[in-house]
Ligand binder design. Sequence first.
Ligand SMILES: O=C(O)CCC(=O)C(=O)O
Ligand SMILES: [Fe+2]
Length: 368
Amino acid sequence: MSPSLIAPVVEEENKKYQRGVKHLCDKGLTKVPTKYIWPEQDRPIFTKPDKLIKPKQNLKLPIIDFAELLGPNRPQVLRTITEACETYGFFQVVNHGMEGDVSRNMIEVCKRFFELPYEERSKYMTSDMSAPVRYGTSFNQSKDNVFCWRDFLKLFAHPLPDYLPYWPSSPSDFRSLAATYAKETKELFEMMVKAILESLEIDGNEDEAAKELEEGSQLVVVNCYPPCPEPELTLGMPPHSDYGFLTLLLQDDVEGLQILYRDEWVTVDPIPGSFVVNVGDHLEIFSNGRYKSVLHRVLVNSIKPRISVASLHSFPLTSVVKPSPHLIDERNPPQYMETDFATFLQYVSSREPKWKNFLESRKIHRIR
Ligand SMILES: O=C(O)CCC(=O)C(=O)O
Ligand SMILES: [Fe+2]
């Protein structure tokens, strides 16, 4: 059947599952519905009944001590950042200065949001990807052929006063706790940008892009992964790279995040109170391919619910993203086309986001 004939059939079927995973689990469930079963080659490898086979290699992500970054050891820390961004596309940040209460309160209030009755949560359900608040399930719930085991709440967060009035009013302390979290994450992002630019030997005080990033976009994505009766058959999130410049990820104490490292999926051990920071597609473009936006995915488990909060930061939605002129010369021609948010939206809303296909579509292929 041609794609134009299949699409309406999928959209009709998807309506049955649009209320999301939490709703499904609340009704009681002992098996994963077919809609959530991934093709065998995409599934995580478990032994029976649901014990995850750990990869041979146990990955320790580079750890950046933020306090050190602000002290005399800055040059050394910057070198670690460079290595981490070139090799893994990921690192973990400790001693970042955000009070433990701010991140704990955020996780806790998000848990309470997902425990609200479905009718309350679904007030924010919309297919409009530029809505200030969007509640939903899977990745693209009207288009996905296979669903992932994840419900989400997405909040546009910068400039905050423009968006805050649209954020959920229940639980009653949601807005204030989430606003504090968003503001402090933004500050942390700005310090991270300075370090990243310096690590690329770009002077942040002179650079146009650095100024744009200060007034850039921020999207806070809260992910909720309820326990799954058959975690070996599904994924919390399929392999993807993040769209923005940098993502600052906060997780509770339940593991689930895996990154692709040397063609193997490796689990990231959560360090309580730390942030996992990863290079997004825009930083890969901006650094002209020097820093890599690496594929990652999320596994679920049969016992513990998991919450993560990803804060995606980038240029303003109206900006055109391109390789930095400071990194381009005769020997280093641009590797990526200029790209904007509208092109991205058009791309993702017309197909399933898979692997790094958006970024791939922006690459310039030269014949040597
Ligand atoms: O839940 C996680 O650990 C990762 C979430 C993620 O990759 C995302 O929101 O883009
Ligand atoms: Fe991600």
